[in-house]
Design a protein around this ligand. Structure first.
Ligand code: UDP
Ligand code: MG
Length: 196
């Protein structure tokens, strides 16, 4: 069925002269949902990736769908998603720069208090853009319209994590995901969201 549908679309595009916009779906080339290659942000600028985590308060308050929707509607591509209870080992590596902070023990306790939903989003300048979308660390200073500005008011319960740099994103993605958990797939609207 999928093959028939794809073939029909190819034929339609061929006859309408839109061959330039056609890309063969990765799912058919590589098998359903297959991850065959993990892009590095450094060799393909528009394949930049970032780690977004819906923290325990976001999960408890049933905000997962709304947070996913914001990244989808912005046009970014979801390449990895899972729900888990994070271990102290992963958390201590994730927050290794904060170990000396007074709030560190309570941060770990809070992050392990319930499941988290962890995602990798991909696209042009996704790291910088998602930091803007997420808003200031302290929700009291976060702009309305940002995730933290719309859904939280205290720094200890700020709903979501977003990587803050290219180096940080690469380190965090490798920490939370195995390479095979990230899917390399073609978004059919790619030419509508980014110039190639
Ligand atoms: N945090 C906290 N109290 C503070 C500062 C930070 O509980 O005074 C927590 C908060 O959950 C924050 C996380 O520690 O998101 C990581 O802090 P960071 O400075 O890296 O902020 P972020 O990158 O999340 O905006
Ligand atoms: Mg940070």
């Amino acid at each position: 069925m999928l093959q028939r549908c794809v073939f029909k679309t190819m034929v339609q595009r061929f006859h309408s002269g839109r061959r330039d916009t056609w890309r063969f779906p990765a799912a058919l080339l590589y098998g359903h949902g297959a991850a065959t290659h993990r892009h590095s942000s450094t060799d393909l600028p528009d394949k930049e990736q970032t780690l977004i985590v819906v923290k325990p308060d976001g999960v408890q308050r049933r905000l997962v769908g709304q947070i996913v929707q914001r990244f989808e509607q912005r046009g970014f591509k979801l390449v990895g998603l899972k729900m888990l209870r994070v271990s102290e080992d992963v958390l201590s590596q994730h927050y290794c720069q904060l170990t000396s902070k007074p709030f560190y023990p309570s941060l770990l306790y809070y992050m392990m208090s319930a499941p988290v939903v962890v995602m990798v989003w991909e696209g042009h300048k996704v790291i910088q853009t998602s930091r803007v979308m997420v808003g200031h660390t302290n929700p009291a200073e976060a702009q309305a319209g940002t995730v933290r500005g719309d859904f939280s008011f205290h720094v200890s319960r700020n709903v979501v994590h977003a990587s803050d740099s290219l180096e940080g994103a690469q380190r965090e993605i490798q920490l939370w995901f195995q390479g095979k958990e990230l899917l390399n797939w073609d978004c059919w609207d790619q030419t509508m969201t980014c110039e190639e």
